[in-house]
Design a binder for this molecule. Structure first.
Ligand code: EPU
Length: 335
């Protein structure tokens, strides 16, 4: 049933005020047969954790609430509804005795959103566990896409590049293979040491990651935010080498022969902007890449603040920061 003039404030982790002109909760795939799905809705909303919402979302917002977890074979194969909370699914797999997703614990958002930006943390990416993505192709019908069809990349996939073509209804995961734990991140090893765990299992790694994230990243329930606001910029190696002359401590992660990834959080921090605040908007004191809503901010204010951050970074380092979060809607007034 389509509703009108629905507030989305509670449905985005930034806690930004926004009104959807029309709003449809999607609780069953059969609803997708309705004529309205001949074309893409204006906004497909999952956990609302990667969104920068302006005041008004014109047209139709579809809220994906498809929420089932099926274990296909008892051996680590899962089919999960797109509306299931990502962290709940991760916990469910760990409790059922299947490792794999422990590095990705506590990432906000839904299972259906995970493949869109190929969520990742602490050396793991969701793409390596996905065996199929079930979608509804607007104007056509249900389809199943293979991982190759999804063209996964760093915080990227076909779903981003072909926005408006598919609605993700469910994702298949295979956690049956026993994989070595990913402990490459120094922070994980240090935390395990602190916990005095010398031969960790997946549950211990999940605990370590949980502790690290709780320390570094704000809980959106108390302080509105959408995780990393910008992507880590990929630049030619020569750009990094030039920057090293002035900033000898600037870290870089190799991408390929020609390019490296620079930590945007470092760039913002070393521009003196960690914890910087203007009105209700600021960067988080514990992680400069996270923008926070101290209470009462609107989307236009967040946008203005972050455009300022982008221009300071451009001026200081000659590096262009690109938003990781999606900007959606229209502003009623600037300010
Ligand atoms: N750094 C600073 N100051 C800061 C923040 C970071 O100096 O204020 C430095 C850190 O010391 C470190 C480097 O920058 O040397 C990278 O920081 P961090 O390890 O916190 O990771 P990140 O690159 O900022 C990425 C993901 C996060 C993910 C973490 C952990 C992106 C855009 N972000 O952050 O993902 O949790 O790694 O793996 O790739 C998200 O996408 O929403 C997200 C939170």
């Amino acid at each position: 049933m389509i509703q009108h003039e629905v507030a989305l404030d509670r449905f985005n982790t930034f806690g930004l005020p926004a009104i959807a002109e029309s709003y449809l909760p999607l609780t069953h795939v059969d609803q997708l047969r309705a004529p309205v799905f001949k074309t893409a809705p204006d906004l497909v909303l999952g956990g609302g954790s990667n969104l920068l919402l302006l005041d008004r979302v014109p047209g139709l917002t579809v809220h994906v609430l498809l929420g089932s977890i099926l274990q296909a074979d008892g051996k680590g194969k899962f089919r999960v509804g797109a509306g299931v909370d990502w962290n709940q699914f991760v916990r469910h797999t760990l409790e059922a005795g299947f490792g794999g997703l422990e590095n990705l614990v506590l990432i906000p958002g839904t299972v259906g959103a995970a493949p869109v930006q190929n969520i990742g943390a602490y050396g793991a990416e969701v793409a390596e566990f996905i065996t199929a993505v079930h979608v509804y192709e607007y104007g056509h019908g249900p389809r199943q896409l293979s991982p190759e069809d999804c063209a996964f990349g760093y915080r990227d996939s076909r779903f981003k590049r072909e926005e408006g073509r598919f609605l993700i209804t469910a994702v298949d995961f295979d956690l049956s293979a026993s994989r070595p734990l990913k402990l490459d991140y120094g922070a994980i090893r240090q935390e395990l040491e602190r916990l005095q765990i010398s031969s960790p299992g997946p549950g211990d790694v999940a605990l370590a990651v949980t502790n690290i994230r709780r320390r570094k990243l704000p809980d959106w329930f108390f302080l509105g935010n959408s995780g990393s606001f910008f992507k880590n910029p990929v630049v030619p190696r020569a750009v990094h080498e030039n920057l090293l002359r002035e900033y000898p401590d600037l870290p870089a992660y190799p991408i390929d022969e020609a390019n490296v990834k620079l930590p945007a959080g470092w760039l913002i921090d070393h521009a003196g902007l960690r914890g910087h605040r203007e009105g209700a908007v600021g960067t988080y004191s514990g992680q400069a890449l996270v923008m926070v809503n101290h209470g009462g901010a609107n989307g236009a204010q967040v946008l203005a603040f972050t455009e300022k951050v982008q221009s300071i970074i451009q001026e200081k380092y000659g590096v262009q920061l690109e938003r990781e979060v999606r900007l959606v809607g229209q502003s009623q007034k600037r300010g």
